[in-house]
Design a binder for this molecule. Structure first.
Ligand code: AMP
Ligand code: ZN
Length: 471
C-alpha cells in the first residue's frame, strides 16, 4: 500500500512541455500507471548521422524518466521503409528511391525492402552502442499497409478526402482544426499549381498512384503517403487516443499537423495528448545533412577513438528542446569528463544506499520537463561532495544511470582505460607538421613541434609516422 502510494506520488509530479498547448503541463496518463508513447522513427535509406541519433536518444530518455518514476511505458517507434518524400509536402523524390540509386540498385519493391533491412540494422546497432533501449514495438510501414488503406477508406467515406488523377488527397478545409500544432501557415506545403486540382495548398496526399510498383488498393495500385503511415501505426499499437507523441521539430508544421488531422477526422476523438519535440543538432550552426557534407556518424567518432557513450553524455548536457552545436572539442571534452567519472566509479566500494537528498533533486530536475543539463551538473556536484560516503556515491551513481545510461551500470566504467584524448588543435598541428616533413621542410616541422609542446603534448617520429603523447 505504502509502495503504491509512493509510486503514485512520484508519477503525478512529471511535467512536460507540450507543443499542442505551448505550455509546460502536469502529465497524467490515460491509463493509471501506464504511458503510451509513439515516436516518429527513421527513414532507413542511409547510415544514421548524429542528428538522427539525437532523435533516438531523446525518446529513450523520456521513456527512462517515466520508468524511473514507476510507470510502465508502451513505447512504439516506426520504421519508414517507403513513401517518405524529400520534401515534407508532396514534392520531391522518395528517400528510399534515392537510397536505391546511390547503391546502383533497380527501383523494385524487393530491392527497396532489402535496402531498408540493411539500414534498419545500422540504426539498431547504433542504438545498442548508445544504450538506447529497444522500444516495445518497431513496426515497419511496409507491413502495415492494410491499416493505412482502411484509414484512407474511412476518410473518403466521411468526406475528408478526394481523388485526383495522381492520388487521393486529404481535404484540409473539411477539417477546420487543421494546423493546431502550429507552423502550418509558413510550412513547406506543395503549392496549389504543382498538383492540378488540389482544393487548398495545404491538402496532402494520402495515396499516390503507381501502376508499376506498390500495393493494390480499391482506388488503384500505388503507395500510401508518409503521414498516413504514422497515423495508422500509432493507433494500431496504442489505440485511437494515446499519451505522448515525440519527434524532431522539423516534423511539427507538416507531418505532425497532417498525422493529427487524419487521426482526428477519421476517429472523431483526440489523438496524442502530449506532443514533445526535440530540437536539432547542428554543425557550424547548420542542420546536419548529407548534402552539406557534415553528416558525422558513430563510425567517424570511433575513427577518432571516441566512445559512443561520450556522445550520449554530451547530448545529456543539453536540453532536448534546445539546439546543440556539435564540435569535436565539445564531444572530446565530454568524453574526458565521462571517463573521469568512470575512473572515480571504478574505485568505489559496493554495499551502500543511494543518497536520499541527491535522489530527491535528481527527480525534481528530471520530472521538470526532463532537465538533463541540471541533472548532469548534479552528478558532478555529487561526485565532488565529500560528505557522501564512497559506498553511497556508488549506489547513487548507479541509480542516476537508470536514466542517464552512460556506462556506470553497463560495465563501461569498469573496463575502460584512460583514453589518449588529443585535442583538435594538436591534431591540426600534427597534420601540418606531417606535411612539412613530407616536403622535407624541417625548419617548419621543428617550429610546429614547439607549438605542439606548448599545448602540453610531445611528438616523436616513429617508423609509422608521428607519435604523440602527453608531456
Ligand atoms: P529522417 O531520416 O529525415 O526521417 O530523420 C529521422 C529523424 O532524425 C527525424 O525524427 C528527424 O527529426 C531527425 N533528425 C534529422 N536531422 C536531425 C538533426 N540534425 N538533429 C536532430 N534530429 C534530426
Ligand atoms: Zn511520423
Amino acid at each position: 500500500m505504502i509502495g503504491w502510494l509512493f509510486r503514485r506520488a512520484q508519477e503525478s509530479r512529471i511535467s512536460l512541455s507540450n507543443t499542442l498547448t505551448k505550455k509546460v503541463e502536469r502529465f497524467e496518463p490515460l491509463q493509471r500507471g501506464v504511458v503510451s508513447m509513439y515516436s516518429c522513427g527513421p527513414t532507413v535509406y542511409n547510415v544514421p548521422h548524429i542528428g538522427n541519433l539525437r532523435a533516438l536518444i531523446v525518446p529513450d530518455l523520456v521513456r527512462r524518466v517515466f520508468e524511473y518514476a514507476g510507470y510502465r511505458v508502451r513505447s512504439v517507434m516506426n520504421i519508414t521503409d517507403f513513401g517518405h518524400l524529400v520534401g515534407d509536402g508532396d514534392q520531391g523524390e522518395d528517400k528510399m528511391l534515392i537510397g536505391l540509386r546511390r547503391e546502383g540498385l533497380a527501383p523494385t519493391m524487393e530491392n527497396m525492402l532489402a535496402l531498408a533491412g540493411r539500414f534498419a540494422e545500422a540504426y539498431k546497432e547504433d542504438a545498442r552502442a548508445l544504450n538506447v533501449l529497444p522500444p516495445f514495438a518497431m513496426p515497419r510501414a511496409s507491413e502495415h499497409v492494410p491499416t493505412m488503406i482502411a484509414y484512407i477508406e474511412k476518410l473518403l467515406t466521411k468526406g475528408y478526402a478526394y481523388p485526383l488523377p495522381d492520388g487521393i488527397y486529404f481535404d484540409t478545409r473539411a477539417f477546420p482544426k487543421y494546423g493546431t500544432l502550429g507552423g502550418a501557415a509558413s510550412a513547406e506545403h506543395s503549392r496549389i499549381g504543382v498538383i492540378e486540382g488540389k482544393r487548398d495548398p495545404r491538402d496532402f496526399a494520402l495515396w499516390k498512384f503507381s501502376p508499376e510498383n506498390g500495393w493494390d488498393a480499391p482506388w488503384g495500385k500505388g503507395f500510401p503517403g508518409w503521414h498516413i503511415e504514422c497515423t495508422a501505426m500509432s493507433t494500431e499499437y496504442l489505440g485511437e487516443s494515446f499519451d505522448i507523441h515525440t519527434g524532431g521539430v522539423d516534423h511539427i508544421a507538416v507531418h505532425h499537423n497532417n498525422e493529427l488531422a487524419q487521426a482526428e477526422a477519421a476517429n472523431a476523438r483526440p489523438y496524442a495528448r502530449f506532443w514533445l519535440h526535440n530540437e536539432f543538432l547542428t554543425i557550424d550552426g547548420k542542420k546536419i545533412s548529407k548534402s552539406l557534407g557534415n553528416d558525422v556518424t558513430l563510425a567517424d567518432l570511433a575513427a577518432r577513438g571516441i566512445h559512443p557513450l561520450a556522445l550520449r553524455y554530451w547530448l545529456l548536457t543539453g536540453h532536448y528542446r534546445q539546439q546543440m552545436n556539435f564540435t569535436w572539442e565539445a564531444v572530446e571534452g565530454a568524453e574526458h569528463a565521462l571517463k573521469r567519472a568512470w575512473k572515480v566509479f571504478a574505485r568505489l566500494p559496493e554495499g551502500g544506499r543511494p543518497d536520499p537528498a541527491y535522489l530527491a533533486r535528481f527527480r525534481q530536475f528530471l520530472f521538470d520537463d526532463i532537465d538533463t543539463p541540471k541533472a548532469t551538473a548534479l552528478m558532478w556536484e555529487l561526485i565532488k561532495d565529500e560528505r557522501v560516503s564512497p559506498e553511497s556515491l556508488r549506489a547513487t551513481l548507479l541509480d542516476f544511470d537508470r536514466v542517464f545510461a552512460i556506462g556506470f551500470s553497463s560495465g563501461a566504467a569498469r573496463t575502460e582505460r584512460e583514453p589518449a584524448v588529443v585535442p583538435e588543435a594538436v591534431r591540426a598541428l600534427l597534420a601540418e607538421r606531417g606535411k612539412a616533413r613530407e616536403t622535407k621542410d624541417f625548419t617548419t616541422a621543428d617550429t610546429l613541434r614547439r607549438d605542439i609542446e606548448e599545448l602540453g603534448y610531445s611528438v616523436t617520429d616513429g617508423p609509422d609516422g608521428q607519435v604523440v603523447s602527453r608531456r
